[in-house]
Design a protein around this ligand. Structure first.
Ligand SMILES: *Cc1c(COP(=O)(O)O)cnc(C)c1O
Length: 473
């Protein structure tokens, strides 16, 4: 029966029936996303999921997954989830994940379809960026993409760095706006340069001050440091603001610096209507771009990408082919594009399929329309906050982020109350020294009514805080 196939199902028909059952449960869950906000994991969650290692068999296993694990997701599939920058996922992505697991492609290299699909995704990204060609790679997200991009920047400046390491290099500097993402600092720490390699440039109104950047570069040069790269923020995580990328491109060109753009979610405003689609103008001149599919493109986690304009440099930075990875001509070891030549990983999954399926299945127009919707909704949320007697808009809404200062109560307490009641998920942040609730709308399930409902729920919480404050006096 199953001799020689000990890890395959003993009976395929039973497995198929069970798979249909769990697939139905997944579809039910997607269909009911509106009724399924975040639920805190139960106190005994760790015990429930502790590995027993007994080989429960498919039926019992699927029951356990559906009962003990599935209900306790982050809730970012819910239409009023606005916290941090969490993508929502799609049904198309779910199907693609199952197919990718079935193929079980190791997309690190060799002559296989997955490589062509990944390259098709990268080519499409080049088009969205306004590049005519270039290189790139799927990554687990923008954090990894940032390391790969800055690695190329370093390689351009110090072509021997792979051999020599960084000990003999001058102190490098990478410039990023105040409010730019911490993944840049982390990348430089991992690359061995330390956090001091990051210079934060003031960004009044959410845009890097180009004069201050020019002065910082001059100062560093005068003092013997090596200005390496400037990171343009294309959608800041805190406020959804955009640097003037064209101005940064001019400066980078004049100073011989690498221009990298952190476009984790903001990249996708390029698919939206005006005025949002023009926020990132200048990105077409960048040397590298990092972006995510798992945020605003609603592709299931994890999926991001790096784009590198100079393909030869990209390859020179990461290619490593010992004898057991030598390329062969006609066989499976052939193919002229191996992902492992362009990044950190050797073995890697077929994340490109869920991206490809999202774009091909849902269409670029629908994806763009949902970006436009979210930007409009953030603007609407801002208007509602401004009109409210309980709330203030903490900063102008530029794209899909709205940051609200409550006139009473503590922002963390208010956010927690709304999360626990399942009404809406805001995260919190500080703007100009004041703690605020923050909505980053990257949610294709959000309707205008959800926006109004979330603001009303917040107002009710603030009103409660006002009453409690009055009672305490
Ligand atoms: C989320 C985010 C990152 C980090 O991306 P990951 O995909 O989480 O690694 C970097 N920059 C910005 C602006 C982000 O929003």
């Amino acid at each position: 029966m199953s001799a020689g196939h000990r890890l395959d199902p003993a009976d395929w028909d039973t497995f198929e029936a069970e798979l249909h059952r769990i697939a139905s449960a997944c579809v039910d869950r997607l269909r009911a996303a509106r009724d399924l906000p975040w639920r805190a994991p139960p106190d005994d969650m760790a015990d429930r999921v502790a590995i027993r290692g007994e080989g429960a068999g498919t039926g019992a296993l699927f029951d356990r997954i559906l009962t003990d694990i599935v209900p306790y997701a982050t809730g970012n599939t819910h239409p009023r989830f606005f916290g941090w920058v969490h993508g929502t996922g799609t049904a198309t992505g779910v199907a693609a994940e199952m197919v990718a697991a079935t193929m079980n492609a190791n997309a690190g290299g060799r002559d296989q379809g997955a490589a062509h699909v990944e390259r098709a995704v990268i080519d499409w990204l080049h088009g969205v960026a306004g590049w005519d060609g270039g290189s790139g790679l799927m990554t687990t997200g923008t954090s990894q993409a940032t390391i790969l991009a800055l690695g190329c920047a370093r390689m351009r400046a110090f072509p021997d760095v792979r051999e020599t390491g960084i000990a003999g290099l001058p102190e490098i500097r990478v410039y990023i706006a105040e409010g730019g993402h911490s993944c840049v600092k982390k990348a430089l720490e991992i690359m061995g340069h330390g956090a001091r390699a990051v210079t934060r440039i003031p960004a009044p109104g959410g845009r890097m001050d180009v004069g201050a950047l020019r002065a910082a570069i001059a100062r560093d040069r005068a003092e013997g440091r090596h200005p390496l790269a400037v990171v343009g923020t294309v959608g800041s995580v805190n406020l959804g603001t955009f640097d003037d990328i064209a101005a940064l491109a001019d400066l980078a060109e004049a100073e011989g610096l690498w221009l990298h753009c952190d476009a984790a979610f903001g990249f996708w405003t390029r698919l939206a209507e005006a005025p949002w689609r023009d926020l990132s103008t200048g990105i077409e001149r960048a040397h590298s771009i990092a972006t995510d599919f798992h945020k605003w493109m609603a592709v299931p986690y994890a999926a991001g990408a790096v784009l590198i304009r100079d393909a030869a440099l990209h390859r020179a930075t990461y290619r490593e082919r010992p004898e057991y990875l030598a390329a062969g001509g006609a066989g499976l070891a052939g193919g002229d594009w191996w992902a492992t030549d362009y990044g950190i990983e050797l073995s890697r999954g077929f994340a490109a399929l869920k991206v490809w399926a999202t774009v091909e299945g849902l269409g670029q127009a629908a994806l763009g329309a949902q970006i436009t919707d979210n930007c409009r909704q953030a603007a609407r949320m801002g208007e509602l906050a401004e009109a409210s007697e309980y709330l203030d808009l903490a900063a102008p809404v530029v794209s899909n982020l709205c940051v609200i200062h409550p006139r009473a109560g503590d922002a963390d307490d208010l956010a927690a109350a709304l999360q626990l009641s399942g009404q809406a998920v805001f995260s919190t942040t500080r703007v100009a020294g004041r703690s605020c609730l923050r909505a980053a709308i990257v949610n294709h399930r959000t309707t205008d009514a959800d926006v109004a409902l979330a603001v009303r729920a917040l107002e009710a919480e603030v009103a409660g805080a006002v009453r409690r404050g009055a009672a305490a006096k």
